[in-house]
Design a protein around this ligand. Structure first.
Ligand code: 13P
Ligand code: SF4
Length: 319
């Protein structure tokens, strides 16, 4: 049967049967397509996906997200098979920080502790002291003494946000996410005028002028929790639009409006990498047990330390 003619229902049945047969677990990030989120065993932000991966019993993990998320799962579970439905699912932010250039940057700043956002390659993590996600960056940075010299990479917006709320002066790598920098401050402010009672939810990878409009600034999980707990009935959401699926699922009577990108002719608030995960590719990777994520043993051993340090600190700091 041609892949194109498979109905969604029969694809889901095939995936379910293959998953059982392979002893696999399916994990998905909030930015993936709704049908991927609906079939996943676990959905979460980067922090939750890393945390859960570290505790799984199944021998096969399918990571429906982007490459660095699959790499993180493989580093934490070296003996498991980690599958990624499309190995082309990269991340513009991780790509904005090549390992060789980052290590040269570290050498230019001797005596600095290196804190890296999880949106990085394993090679960058291998040169990092502690990894953070947008869900725990503030608490982990604040766990260091106030005068600690810190390099933060690669997201200049998240780094700048953490500097502004903690009063730190971390040295920032100049990287960014192409999706989160594309939101229009002017058009979002206009939308807010149109819906004056709406709450504005902003991911910290967005630029500072957009964050100023935010009633809540946080990771995808934090924004979702805020939407669930808030008394407001309308929300303007400045992050990748895949999260709207969970928001709508959890809050069926509330209205969620995606914040508009600067270029009104394109859907720039979609992460094309996340959308590479499709049901067809998910079925194929379970059927073939490929493509598999591999991380060179030496790099994995070095990258594992700062990830585990994050998980330990995160647990201790309850974040
Ligand atoms: P979260 O950690 O909030 O899930 O974000 C991951 C990401 O890629 C944001 O663009
Ligand atoms: Fe990377 Fe941006 Fe996509 Fe997140 S939204 S995975 S930071 S490209």
């Amino acid at each position: 049967m041609a892949v194109e003619t498979s109905s969604i229902a029969s694809l889901k049945e095939e995936i379910d049967a293959l998953k059982k047969n392979r002893g696999a677990v399916i994990m998905a990030h909030y930015y993936t397509r709704p049908e991927i989120q609906d079939i996943a065993d676990y959905i979460g932000d980067s922090l939750a996906l890393a945390r859960i991966a570290a505790t799984l019993k199944e021998d096969v993990i399918v990571m429906c997200g982007v490459h660095f998320m699959a790499e993180t799962a493989k580093i934490l579970c070296p003996d498991k098979i980690v599958l990624e439905p499309d190995p082309q699912a990269g991340c513009s932010l991780a790509d904005s920080c090549p390992a060789e250039e980052f290590t040269a940057f570290i050498k230019e700043h001797p005596g600095h502790t290196v804190i890296s956002y999880v949106n990085t390659s394993a090679a960058v993590k291998a040169h990092t002291d502690v990894v953070v996600t947008s869900g725990n960056a503030r608490e982990i940075v604040e766990s260091f003494p106030a005068d600690e010299k810190i390099i933060f990479g690669p997201d200049r917006n998240l780094g700048n946000y953490i500097n502004s709320i903690t009063g730190r002066s971390m040295v920032l790598w100049d990287g960014a996410c192409h999706v989160h920098e594309k939101f229009s401050v002017e058009r979002t402010a206009e939308l807010k005028k149109q819906y004056p009672h709406a709450k504005v939810l902003v991911h910290p990878e967005c630029t500072a002028p957009l964050r100023i409009l935010g009633d809540c600034v946080g990771s995808t999980a934090v924004l979702l929790k805020y939407a669930i707990e808030s008394d407001a009935d309308t929300f303007i959401v400045a992050t990748e639009s895949g999260i709207l699926h969970q928001m709508q699922e959890k809050c069926s009577s509330k209205k969620f409006i995606p914040a508009p990108p600067a270029d009104s002719t394109c859907a720039c608030n979609e992460c094309a990498y996340m959308k590479l995960n499709t049901l067809e590719k998910l079925r194929e990777c379970l059927a073939n047990l490929a493509p598999r994520v591999e991380v060179a043993a030496e790099t994995a051993a070095k990258a594992r330390k700062p990830i585990e340090r994050m998980l330990e600190l995160s647990e201790k700091l309850n974040k």
